[in-house]
Design a protein around this ligand. Structure first.
Ligand SMILES: [Zn+2]
Length: 183
């Protein structure tokens, strides 16, 4: 059975419960228990996007030291008259925004990861084994961003469900404003 960590905002008591409770078992306060993500879960999310950000930095360094590698950075610099520094800067920004877990950064990392992996894979017949490195890097940072995205969505859905539970009829019975008036 999966248990979640709840903390009472009134007395600070901690509980591992399967479901939210309306009344704190310790101080009897009503609607004070709030869901707190366990540190274990938080760490798992952090590593997914941390690895993703590191892989983007690796991809950027690879493009810098091996300009013949089929990376998106080398493709853009060969096609467009943009200073190389600007492209490197953009990819490092992408790594930063993924690291910070911003919605835009996570989405950009997923989209650019797919494009980077597709471009790398398409270059394998021409460039051979060296093309597998940027393909692997882009695929892995895509997976990291996707995992983080799915985790944050699951947590958001879970928290919304917790909020809704307080408005459900079965929770408004004993301990609610109405029943207290009737007492
Ligand atoms: Zn309490």
């Amino acid at each position: 059975m999966e248990r979640h960590r709840f903390v009472c905002s009134e007395c600070g008591a901690e509980y591992y419960l399967q479901a939210w409770k309306a009344v704190c078992p310790n101080c009897q306060s009503e609607y004070t228990l709030t869901l707190v993500e366990t540190p274990r879960e938080g760490r798992k999310i952090f590593t997914a996007r941390e690895y993703g950000a590191l892989l983007i930095i690796g991809y950027t360094l690879l493009s810098f030291f091996l300009p013949s590698t089929p990376t998106l950075i080398n493709l853009i610099t060969s096609l467009m008259p943009i200073p190389e520094v600007a492209i490197y800067f953009l990819f490092l920004l992408l790594a930063l925004f993924l690291f910070l877990g911003t919605t835009g950064g996570v989405w950009a990392a997923m989209v650019i990861g797919v494009i980077g992996a597709a471009y790398g894979a398409a270059s394998i017949p021409v460039n051979g084994l060296t093309a597998t490195i940027p393909t692997a890097l882009a695929s892995l940072w895509f997976v990291g961003a996707l995992l983080f995205h799915r985790h944050s969505q699951a947590i958001r859905a879970h928290q919304e469900k917790m909020e809704d539970a307080r408005n459900m009829p079965e929770y408004s019975g004993w301990g609610s404003e109405k029943s207290r008036e009737q007492r």
